[in-house]
Design a protein around this ligand. Sequence first.
Ligand code: FAD
Length: 494
Amino acid sequence: MTLQQAAADFASLSDTLCSIVGAAHVLTQASDVAGYLEDWTGQYSAPALAVVRPGSTAQVAEVVKLCAAEGIAVVPQGGRTGLCGGGVPLVGQSSIVLSLTRMNAVRTLDPAGRTVTAEAGVVLEKLQAAALEHQLIFPLMFGAKGSCTIGGNLSTNAGGSNVVRYGTTRELCVGIEAVMPDGSVINALTGLRKDNTGYDLKDLLIGAEGTLGIITAAVFKLFPEPRARSTAFLSVPSLDTAIQVLNRLQDHTGGAVVAFEYMPKAAIDVICQVFPETRRPLDEDAPTGILVEVASSRPRDGEPLEDGSIRLEGEVMALLGELMEEGLVLDAMLAQSEQQRGNLWQMRERILESITDNGPAYHLDISLPLAHIAPFVEAMDPVMAALGFQPLTVGHLGDGNLHYALSAAAGETWGDLPLEAAKDQVFAKLTELNGSFSAEHGIGQSKLPVMRDLKEPAQLAIMRRIKAALDPLDIMNPGKLIPDVKKNLREDIE
Ligand SMILES: Cc1cc2nc3c(=O)[nH]c(=O)nc-3n(C[C@H](O)[C@H](O)[C@H](O)COP(=O)(O)OP(=O)(O)OC[C@H]3O[C@@H](n4cnc5c(N)ncnc54)[C@H](O)[C@@H]3O)c2cc1C
């Protein structure tokens, strides 16, 4: 079917869609749909037959059934902050965008059971605020928190800064509600922490980027609100030393490190260039800078000491003194107020925007075993420099995740640089060091080629079979996450 034919056929379906979700929520005018067709990076955009905005799980199910019957692709979409082109249509595809943003209710919060049940379109920051009203926290934390939705967080298995303590979105989720590609509804919103009744379909949908179904609601774990926090910026001699510092802090505080972020000088330079009001955390720039936060919910840790500081801060300060004497920390700045803490986090959260503003860059989102982080960076940085790139690296170092962004070195022109050769070098090193080419953000469209090349063929084949079993018509976000889904499915079946 040509796109023109699809559009003509769609016109006749439009009435049915309007009867399901209401005419005001079926958007077809160019000016109404424009904002839904492009992702945050601006690199991926394509037309859709319509943007449909259901207000309930039942409406999602009706829309999916209709699309299945008509062979129209469904592109689920949350806050559109994904960085891999997963939440926008493909060029030449006959699809609708299914925006979950109207489904934005926090359905229930159980303070005793420390769980919250929320709809997929709830913005992450709103969920955090709802938890705080009960002196609880929802610990998922990253720069897009004001726009991304929990449906998107689940579908990309989002990580962020607090994974070192609380885990990824997958580890935070204890129940899911979803509409499957045939329109059937899975209601597994029990919130049970133990439920050994066969395959965990929740885990299948988390990280599936909308290719297996539409998440409509979920249950998440909540945690006690910290009574005390200690946030510091450290200069350390090397990445290897940074890992030693992390472990010493964990040992000293009973595993209370909630964030351990790598922020080298090159990254801070770019932030200061794009946001000149940024205060550098240390007088002397740190080649290896670490933003660390330790938090405790124990009342004792929040007690004030004689000098006015709180106990946790005092303990962290004492340990940092020891580490400085041992040469493991060169310099340190401890946030003395909520304002200073906020400034440090604002600097961290501005990095992606700063790199984007700085000029063209290729963003590699990788992870490695902690012991292999230093060997990777020490091996790759000189290779990239020799090819004409300047790596602008930051990372959630505590969980082994590096955002390794390749920008043009001073005096180089982006278009002339050998990007493919650089990527090959990085991927070869990652393979050698047991790393992953995709730590956060998902695969979407942008990482399909490397998924095809590097994902273990046996695992890819199983993914294709799962996709074929659950979505035989390939209507759920086709062309994302799994490379060559149709071609290889046929090969698998034959
Ligand atoms: C400044 C900035 C900082 C970021 N930092 C981080 C970070 O530290 N860690 C991290 O992990 N990510 C980070 N991201 C990436 C992004 O915010 C996350 O991937 C986020 O989880 C996407 O949520 P979203 O609601 O915007 O999803 P979208 O971008 O709308 O969609 C993302 C994917 O999920 C699918 N999807 C969305 N909703 C549903 C649903 N209800 N059911 C099924 N599929 C669905 C879409 O089809 C798409 O494939 C950052 C992005 C920005 C812009």
